[in-house]
Design a protein around this ligand. Structure first.
Ligand SMILES: [Zn+2]
Length: 657
């Protein structure tokens, strides 16, 4: 299996009205440029979403402006091979406009009988491009093209795009649904059938390509990571953080999830873009912006992949090449500290189905701001390796989760739960009432609820009732449960009685309703802490969360002095013989309509304490220079100070023999 280290992906979807495709291509010069940049693998378009092929095909539609006989893709593959650069073939499987023009009967059909156009996450992807039904004869046509490229070119694999799983109501799909006993009238059945169809196509392509047997890289964009491990051979996170549907909250979740999945050393790639969005030919993000994405991935075991476009004519602009080379040269200095590194953690956050939401964004931000080391896990993950699991706001316990939770609690595992988390799926009672230490009474208290902390926790927040910014569950503390915070009721709930508005709703009475409770195994907050933090970024809510974490986790893996700004990010990784701390000091800023990172920021004298789990530090060095840093061993912690660093700092504690 290929194990690429520095990757570039050329995402080219070229209209038939571009009249000179490949006319200025000098494949040898292009490959020499890629070599000079320092990439060892490129993804290159064999077939684009416009439905055109760039290789010498007997099956698909050649791009009409390719010169007669010009094998654009083949020339690039051969020139790269001579330079020792691998190429994976890109196929858009879902979108293929030219195929839809020639064969309208292969197009996906909406329920109203018209041709379907895609809309993903509220953003039109390639407006007007026709989406092909993968249950129509297009399926064999596509697989034949993939087979054609496999047989004709020495490629290293396949990047297969647009496994979107949109429901289709063409006759093939309706007949298919009925044959499986599904009801095309029911939307959930149509969605389920679309997902089954996507997986079936992946299986058929996998059978044609045999990625693991042949050592090919194969990944299907749009399928889950777990499906990709089954049908493909590596993992990839596509994330342009400047595009709102991804933003700067997507990679932090996926990085901490994907790194938990490989069982056989499958590579995990981290794809960003040199531009703000796909199709944005005229932009080059700052070095700081791109290196932030890439360092973030590298600290989590992901290899860098920079998304790019080559000009349709085949010219590759020197401005892009110089920028990517500058960034890759910087990253490469740190490679010895990345290879085969793993990430030790204190805890995991559970996201069934790995669905992203405002709550997932908030909990990951809060843990990151507190420098906690955690994985993101789904319902299938192995919980045994964790001592603490966080259940944010909405995690009701299905039968399957109840069984896992039962085993986890019996093994002494600890749980931090908020809001509805821990309730049964019908939301009538906590599944582990004794361990949770609270009895459920109702799904909400007041509108709006306020809170205050009590007893030894009262100093955590200023002396005033504070807003939760979301619902609080009405619960009763069981005997023996420590109540650390209580709910404060407003004068009245928000309302309008037809004459008078109850809009200003000040806090009034301290109630006995618990806001935060603690037992030996479980810290519970009755408020939807993370939904609240997403709305108002209330630092006091994070103070509450921190106190709950401290109750369950007395000695975290990493402690960082308050001199590091809250927007900075920290990671711990390890290799045999050493444990490392990565600090990233960059700040994405919403500037007008665009989220940008303009510069890497300096940080000075950041003291860190790194838990060594019984090992002794022999020395602490700063990467990549190897400069030794003074340190002390304080119990189980190595304590040292990062001198000034700009953007990214990496220090390694070398263990004594
Ligand atoms: Zn269909």
């Amino acid at each position: 299996m290929e194990n690429p280290e520095y990757i570039m992906f050329f995402d080219n979807h070229t209209s038939k009205f571009c009249s000179d495709v490949g006319h200025d291509l000098d494949a040898d010069q292009f490959a020499a440029t890629i070599k000079d940049i320092g990439a060892d693998l490129i993804g290159f378009h064999a077939k684009c979403n416009q439905g055109f092929c760039y290789y010498d095909t007997k099956i698909g539609h050649r791009h009409p402006s390719l010169r007669p006989g010009h094998d654009y893709f083949g020339e690039v593959v051969e020139a790269c091979r001579k330079q020792g650069i691998k190429v994976t073939a890109y196929f858009n499987c879902g979108l293929s406009n030219e195929d839809g023009v020639v064969h309208p009967e292969w197009c996906q059909i909406k329920k109203d009988g018209t041709i379907f156009h895609p809309e993903i996450l509220g953003t039109m992807v390639t407006p007007y491009a026709r989406v092909m039904c993968i249950n129509s004869p297009y399926r064999d046509h596509l697989i034949s093209m993939i087979r054609e490229v496999k047989e004709k070119y020495p490629v290293s694999g396949f990047l297969l795009d647009s496994f979107n799983g949109f429901p289709c109501y063409c006759r093939h799909c309706i007949e298919g649904m009925r044959a499986m006993g599904l009801d095309p009238e029911k939307e959930e059945d149509a969605i389920m059938f679309a997902k089954i169809s996507s997986r079936r196509l992946a299986q058929d392509i996998s059978d044609a390509v045999e990625p693991r047997k042949n050592g090919y890289l194969m990944f299907c964009l749009g399928l889950s990571a777990r499906d990709n491990l089954k049908y493909g051979s590596y993992l990839e996170c596509e994330c342009l953080p400047t595009v709102p549907c991804w933003g700067y909250d997507f990679l932090p979740m996926k990085a901490r999830y994907l790194r938990t999945l490989p069982q056989n050393g499958e590579p995990v790639l981290n794809m960003t873009g040199r531009f703000y969005n796909w199709g944005d030919f005229g932009s080059l993000r700052t070095d700081a912006a791109i290196e932030y994405d890439m360092f973030f991935g590298l600290a989590n075991g992901m290899r860098p992949n920079i998304g790019d476009h080559i000009h349709p004519s085949g010219i590759y602009y020197p401005g892009i090449a110089k920028g990517v080379k500058r960034i890759y040269s910087k990253l490469k200095q740190y490679d010895p500290w990345y290879r085969n590194a793993t990430n030790p953690v204190d805890m995991a956050v559970l996201f069934p189905g790995m669905a992203t939401s405002n709550t997932s964004k908030a909990v990951i931000r809060m843990l990151s701001e507190l420098n906690m080391q955690f994985d993101c896990i789904d319902e299938i993950s192995d919980w045994d390796k964790y001592r603490l699991i966080v259940l944010p706001d909405y995690i009701v316990l299905t039968e399957e989760l109840q069984a896992k939770m039962d085993a986890f609690l019996k093994s002494g595992g600890k749980v931090l739960a908020t809001g509805e988390s821990g309730l049964d799926p019908e939301k009538t009672a906590f599944c582990f009432e004794k361990e949770w230490g609270v009895r459920f009474e109702a799904g909400r208290t007041f509108d709006p609820p306020y809170f205050t902390m009590v007893d030894e926790y009262s100093g955590l927040i200023p002396e005033l009732p504070l807003s939760v910014y979301d619902d609080c569950m009405k619960v009763e503390a069981l005997a023996g449960t420590k109540v650390a915070g209580k709910i404060v009721a407003p004068y009245f709930d928000k309302d309008w009685d037809g004459v008078y508005a109850k809009f200003y709703t000040p806090p009034r009475d301290l109630t006995d309703l618990p806001f935060v409770t603690m037992t030996e195994q479980v810290a519970y907050c009755s408020g939807k802490l993370f939904a609240g933090y997403y709305k108002a970024a209330s630092v006091e809510l994070r103070h509450v969360f921190k106190a709950m974490l401290e109750h369950l986790l007395s000695a975290p893996l990493l402690k960082v002095s308050a001199d590091l700004p809250s927007f900075a990010r920290s990671f711990v990784s390890e290799q045999p013989g050493r444990r490392m701390v990565h600090l990233l000091n960059y700040m994405p800023e919403l500037r007008g309509e665009m989220l940008i990172v303009e510069e890497s920021l300096a940080a000075y004298n950041i003291e860190v304490k790194l838990r060594l789990d019984g090992r002794k530090a022999a020395k602490v060095i700063l990467a990549p220079t190897g400069e030794e840093l003074p340190f002390v061993q304080d119990g189980d912690y190595a304590v040292f100070t990062f001198p000034k660093f700009c953007g990214y700092g990496l220090a390694a504690v070398e263990f004594a023999e």
